[in-house]
Design a protein around this ligand. Structure first.
Ligand SMILES: [Zn+2]
Length: 301
């Protein structure tokens, strides 16, 4: 999908609603009340009715659009601009492009889309060979909070960065290299072991081999995965053992800084969701928009 195709495929509100209905049906409509998956479509009402208990499900209910009242076409335009721009687009720029009067509603829509991106990626765990490290991202400290002297780290958030990498050997040259598939970035409450363990548990499959440096916070990783390989950190080990996480951290910081300057700590996870979602689908090309609509049409109850 590109802009021209978007304009011809989604000329008005009912084209978007009809498309959204089909996306939801392709994922399956589940009744919130009785969990039945058999429904009738009530055409004039834009609702499904449960065949078992008559409970009605609206087009938006259960999705990230549920509480909003903005037209579907605005949502579709937001998803289109977000997927067409490779790096991302600021809410201010989106507001300008859509000619929308309220900045807040655009900002909130974009964060909900980023939330859906994160939820979609959370459906999968990384497995195989996984690099693990932490990056430190600058964030805006809320006004009124006094920083303790000498604690520059309070202006930064720890982010666990994980990358699934497969070692490849060039048959002709015998040269070893690593190719990367999927990435995850999760804001950590702190560098403490308990938070690291939680993130590893939630995001990396038990049968994986995890590579990290020798931080004391990583001691228990070996209990959570098949094999844990830790290596003393130096510039060489970073290049050889953890190349992808470091490339990802550098690129994420550059992208976030370029578009949003400084982000508030509370929203950092959402921006990282968008960054990883696009990175993980870097070969999708024009299919990215369609996949994003599916992620937004998903219900989470
Ligand atoms: Zn029902």
């Amino acid at each position: 999908m590109n802009l021209l195709e978007f304009i011809s495929k989604f000329p008005d509100e009912s084209a978007c609603k009809e498309h959204f209905r089909l996306q939801r049906e392709s994922e399956g409509i589940i009744c919130k009340k009785c969990k039945s998956d058999k429904h009738y479509w009530l055409k004039g009402k834009w609702q499904w009715q449960c065949a078992a208990c008559d409970f009605r499900t609206t087009l938006r209910s259960g999705t990230i659009m549920e509480s909003g009242k903005l037209p579907f076409r605005k949502w579709y335009l937001v998803m289109a601009f977000m997927s067409f721009s490779k790096k991302g687009i600021s809410a201010k720029e989106m507001q300008r492009q859509l000619g929308h009067s309220r900045y807040e509603s655009i900002w909130s829509m974009m964060h909900r889309v980023r939330d859906a991106m994160g939820k979609r990626d959370d459906l999968y765990k990384l497995d195989g060979m996984v690099e693990f490290d932490e990056g430190y991202f600058d964030h805006n400290v809320p006004r009124g909070i006094k920083l303790k002297r000498g604690k520059g780290s309070q202006k930064q958030k720890n982010v666990a960065v994980m990358a699934e990498s497969t070692p490849l050997e060039d048959i002709k040259t015998g040269k070893k290299s690593k190719q990367c598939r999927y990435f995850k970035m999760k804001v950590l409450h702190s560098h403490k072991e308990e938070f690291v363990n939680q993130v590893v548990n939630d995001n990396i499959d038990f049968n994986s081999v995890v590579f990290s440096d020798c931080s004391l916070s990583y001691l228990a990783i070996s209990d959570l995965v098949d094999v844990h390989v830790s290596e003393e950190s130096n510039p060489n080990s970073v290049k050889n053992t953890l190349p992808w996480v470091h490339i990802a951290i550098t690129n994420a910081k550059r992208t976030l800084l370029g578009i949003y300057h400084k982000v508030k700590g509370a929203y950092l996870q959402n921006y990282l969701n968008e960054f990883c979602y696009k990175l993980n689908r870097r070969y999708f090309g024009e299919r990215l928009f369609d996949r994003l609509v599916l992620a937004v049409a998903k219900i989470y109850w």
